[in-house]
Design a protein around this ligand. Structure first.
Ligand SMILES: [Mg+2]
Length: 184
């Protein structure tokens, strides 16, 4: 079982860092107010600035919180079920910061795979993708891939039932275990 695990929005709460940055320089945005993937458009923020600011947040990788407390132990469990690769879309300059962050938080994985755009992920050979992007989920499903969608405010309106929605990462463990048993 080849498992592709996303970073931003699934194990790393980078939006928390971005919000605290944003709220120092622009009107306050709360995470709970975010309801769309491209929410920044509604706040007059352009795409270039938003993604640049996310990269800036990664420069201070030590400050980026985990999405949940027990992420490391969940990645241990997932690694017992199959090969877990980190599959992350980002600007090249941030890969080292992410790798340092993964090490700091004892994230258990085999390979680190970086792509430039999220939708490239759907072309990769994995049995299951754990991701939070509704755009990625859509393209993965279109390519016939299996998707576990990690719930976030920006994907709440994504309602394709083929994607299995989870609200805690540990819920992925029994789902993947069941997939393995059903494929035997
Ligand atoms: Mg993500």
């Amino acid at each position: 079982m080849k498992i592709a695990l996303d970073v931003d929005g699934v194990i790393a709460d980078v939006i928390a860092s971005w919000i605290s940055y944003n709220n120092k320089i622009r009107p306050t945005i709360l995470k709970s107010q975010i309801s769309e993937w491209d929410f920044w458009k509604n706040h007059g923020i352009n795409k270039f600035d938003f993604y640049n600011e996310l990269s800036t947040c990664w420069k201070s990788w030590k400050n980026i919180p985990l999405t949940e407390n027990n992420i490391a132990s969940v990645t241990d469990k997932l690694s017992n079920l199959g090969t877990v690769d980190i599959v992350t879309a980002r600007e090249e300059s941030t890969h080292n910061d992410v790798k340092n962050w993964l090490k700091l938080h004892k994230i258990n994985f085999k390979n680190y795979v970086g792509v430039l755009e999220g939708i490239e992920k759907s072309q990769l050979d994995y049995d299951i993708f754990i991701d939070d992007s509704p755009l990625n989920a859509k393209s993965m499903l279109e390519e016939g891939k299996s998707v576990i969608l990690y719930s976030q405010p920006w994907n709440e309106s994504f309602n394709d039932n083929r994607a299995m929605r989870i609200r805690e990462l540990q819920t992925a463990v029994p789902i993947i275990d069941k997939m393995i048993n059903e494929s035997k």
